[in-house]
Structures are given as C-alpha cells and as structure tokens.
Design a protein around this ligand. Sequence first.
Ligand code: FPP
Length: 250
Amino acid sequence: MSSTQALVSKEPLLENIKVPKHIGVIMDGNGRWAKARGLPRSEGHRAGVESVRRIVELSIRYGVQCLTLFSFSSENWRRPPEEVNFIFGLLRRFVASDLARLAAQNVRIRIIGDRDSLEAGMKSIIAEAESKTAANTGLDLIIAFNYGAKAEIIDAVKRIAAKARAGEIDIATIDEATISQHLHTQDLPDPDLILRTSGEMRLSNFLLWQSAYSELVFVEESWPDFDEAVFLRALQEFTDRDRRFGGVES
Ligand code: FPP
C-alpha cells in the first residue's frame, strides 16, 4: 500500500510498536458522520468530544508525551454562526466538565492559536484551563483553537523583525531554532505523527512549520468513530515507516 493512501481497517500488530512523542490530530469528518445518520452537524461535533476523551485516555495509557488537537481553525469562521457558536460552547463545556479530572490525571493543558480576538469569556476559560494545570508533568494536551499555521508564522516573523529592529537579535544569526522559538509551540517537540481522520489527505494549515518531518497518517474513519483500534492502526503505520529526516536508511 502506498503511504499516501488512507488506511482501511486491518488488525493492529502490537509487537514492537513505537509510540510517537508528539501526535497532532486533525479531527475531521464530524459533519459527514452526522449527515450519514440523518442528524444535524452539531451532533457530529458532540460525538467528536467523546473521541477527544478517548484519545486523551489512550495517549496517557500508551505514554504519548504530547497531543495536539486541531479543534477550531482560523478558517472555520467561514462556517454558519450557529455552528461556530456550537463548537465554542463545546470547548467551554469540555473545560467545565473535564478540567478537574484532567488536572488530577497530571495533564497539562495549553491552548495555541489567536486568543486575542476571542471574547473575554472564552479567554478566561482558556486561562483557567492553563493555570490550573500549569504545574502538571504528565501528558501535554495542546488544543489548537482559532489556530492557523500561516498566521502563527506571520506572527513569529513580526516578533523576530521587531527584536531585530530593537537590536535584540542579529539578523545573521536567525536560524530554524529562532523561528521555532517564536511559534506558539515554542517549547514542544515537533509532531512525529500527524493523524487525520475521514479520508481527507491534506494539512489544512495545521502545524506547517512543525510538520516538516512528521509522518502523515490518514484513516478512513470519521472523527466520531475514532477508537483504540484506529489509534493502534495509526501507531502501527507510524512504526512501519522509515524515518530518514533527509538522510539514508539506517
Ligand atoms: C471537523 O469536522 C471538525 C471540526 C471543525 C471541529 C472539531 C471540534 C470538536 C471535535 C469538538 C471541540 C473540541 C474539544 C477539544 C472539546 P467537519 O465539521 O469539518 O466535518 P465534515 O468535513 O464532515 O463537514
């Protein structure tokens, strides 16, 4: 099978599975999942929150260090306002219902994306989730919300340029690390694996800089159908890949 084909069901082989340090997830297909069941799109998003809970539990159980979930992109504002409001409400309710448990499970929550343009209520929920878990040392749960990778890179370039103008950065020394340190993901490892559900095969403005050497795994299941079998299949596919980072086979 070509590595760019979306994966179809097959039994996971659990021997010698490699667990990625950082998994990024494009949680796609909520709308189609709902439509196929004659339900409103909002029901797909609601079911998607259950999959969020499942992947957090699986990540903790299998020892993933860092999990980044693409929850709302800067392009998702193009959706009908009712759907946008519904997704915002889901994040609000998720924090209200799950924060205490996640904190007790030693999960550290971080939200990346443009938070300045969010309304005050949303900003304070984000601040609460981050501050209540800031000292935790277990799974890093990064929620990309109102996030777009191009905007993140533009923001980094502006801040680097401002520092250069102020004489704090010598332009000749700007390198990959300089850019990485000015992204929202500054102190996180780059994702080893990016998983996208629902058979679509693109990055959709998710972690563009950070995914330079990520393995991309596409599965046919919609996000609400994500479960342990899908997770293990993605890990198996990741394990089977030969990561050369531009070098030669080891
Ligand atoms: C993509 O499916 C999904 C989204 C844009 C929203 C994802 C949000 C959640 C799963 C819930 C909120 C998250 C947290 C962390 C509580 P789509 O609507 O584009 O599906 P389609 O391509 O089938 O239309």
